[in-house]
Design a protein around this ligand. Sequence first.
Ligand code: GAR
Length: 205
Amino acid sequence: MTNYRIAVFASGTGSNFQSLVDAARNGALNASVELLVCDKPAAQVVQRAQDAGVDCHLFTPKAYASREAYEAEIIEVLESKQIDLVVLAGYMRLLTSVMVERYAGRLINIHPSLLPAFTGKDAIGQALEYGVKVTGVTVHFVDGGMDTGPIIAQHPVPVQPGDTAEKISKAIHAAEQQLYPEVVSWFAQGLVQLNGRHVTINKPV
Ligand code: GAR
């Protein structure tokens, strides 16, 4: 049994959350999913967590005086559960420096484009509108900016003439569900090294 503990932050459907739970269950994650943090108590991901027996920290942002206030509460929960890595998976809120500084080097995100292209919302729509021939998925460290942290891994997704956002979204989700559990397992095995903006994965040969 592994003792590397992750928390997943998500706001929506939770297909990435599910792929992490499934990988933990079949031993591919080298980690356990200890907590879901969700800012939308009615989101589908909450049902997934309940079905998987994963504890939930649910909150409604409007009920707090500031973002810092709800993040301070989240940090208490993360610390009480001795979380090693915070994994953002479709968490649609910007983090403040409270969270980013406390979990520096232990806080990652997945984004549906090949960063630094198409940051922020509707990355798939932005890429199609721009007319790219290749888009994809990026896993990166979270820093104070919007999708600007050091890049850990990327996976391309080709775009054919006439492709719809729905088709690309499906291909992107499939790529994410492969890539994210693999990246988390690298962290759990201590293979990820960060030097400035450069990330090295020290995979055994
Ligand atoms: C994923 O495609 C993820 O890359 C994206 O939200 C989706 C969540 O899907 N994240 C962002 O756009 C962050 N800027 P899911 O709820 O099915 O995992």
